[in-house]
Design a protein around this ligand. Structure first.
Ligand code: SF4
Ligand code: SF4
Length: 285
């Protein structure tokens, strides 16, 4: 073996801790997703902000989308955690939709951690007809930054203002910090404002989700008329009987409701039809 070329032992040793922490985080995220556990979801949010955000600054950025256009990816064997993370993000999106946005992305986790703290009366509910159009803005942002990059090849200029993810590395300019402050204050009033309406990465994953999503959220026949899930979804992703895959972040809220035999009309109708007078039980905590 050429002594100038590292063997796998030398390559893996410095990356082992990084890979182990990433694997532990992914297991946590997936367990919280499959168990539909609110408590574990919030543990995942805290881990995401602390580990992926402030410790590693590992967020999928629109610059990762640019890499696909010129194939400027890092060298595989020295960047195993990066490849593992990207594989998880793309793979989970193809399989289940925007799980990355719903519980892995540190910025999305941060804004979702604001949800239980901010009183409901401070929140502005966006009417469906406005939401339907406003969530197209992020596709316009994506098209704009990709076009700008293709023409200029510049990633250090105005494109930096399209994402707030630099905040985890604490390296913004005064103008960027001012923009972030405005965004976070606006998020107090409009839940997950950036994710729902502005994020180009969310738009990219939304396109992949719309085209793929192998394992979709089930719907009952009763969903055609019942509006309970639609009102529960805080991402504007349920429109009548349809789940809009590009907007759904697999937050579990509707799935928890839909499995709840005490709240979902599907189960209540089923019990009535069977002539069962026993009160069904809520099967999720
Ligand atoms: S929409 Fe953007 S900021 Fe929000 S969770 Fe997804 S990638 Fe993160
Ligand atoms: S409530 Fe349901 S449809 Fe809405 S984002 Fe969550 S999982 Fe998706």
């Amino acid at each position: 073996m050429d002594p100038a070329v590292d063997g796998w032992r030398e390559v893996l040793a410095p990356q082992a801790l990084d890979l182990a922490l990433l694997a532990a985080f992914i297991v946590l995220a997936l367990v919280s997703f499959f168990r539909k556990s609110i408590a574990l979801k919030y543990v995942t949010f805290v881990a995401s902000v602390g580990y992926l955000g402030f410790t590693k600054s590992s967020l999928v950025s629109v610059s990762d989308v640019f890499r696909l256009t010129d194939l400027s990816v890092p060298e595989f064997k020295y960047s195993l955690a990066w490849y593992g993370f990207m594989l998880f993000v793309v793979g989970s999106t193809v399989l289940w939709g925007r799980v990355y946005c719903g519980r892995v992305c540190a910025f999305g986790a941060l804004t979702q951690l604001m949800d239980p703290i901010i009183p409901r009366r401070m929140r502005l509910e966006i009417p469906v007809r406005i939401e339907k159009h406003a969530n197209l803005i992020k596709y316009g942002v994506l098209a704009g930054v990709v076009a700008y990059f293709l023409v200029t090849k510049d990633v250090a200029g105005p494109i930096r203002y399209a994402e707030p993810f630099w905040m985890f590395g604490l390296f913004g300019t005064p103008a960027m910090w001012a923009g972030l402050a405005v965004l976070l204050v606006a998020t107090v009033f409009v839940r997950n404002l950036y994710c729902r309406f502005l994020c180009p990465v969310g738009a990219t994953l939304g396109i992949i989700s719309q085209l793929t999503t192998v394992f979709r959220i089930k719907r009952w026949a009763e969903c055609n008329t019942c509006k309970i899930c639609e009102k529960t979804c805080e991402w504007g992703a349920i429109r009548g009987p349809l789940i809009v895959k590009s907007e759904c972040v697999r937050c579990d809220d509707c799935e928890r409701l839909y499995l709840d035999q005490k709240k979902c009309p599907h189960w209540l109708i089923l019990f009535k039809r069977k002539g069962n007078t026993a009160v069904p039980v809520s099967n999720l905590s």
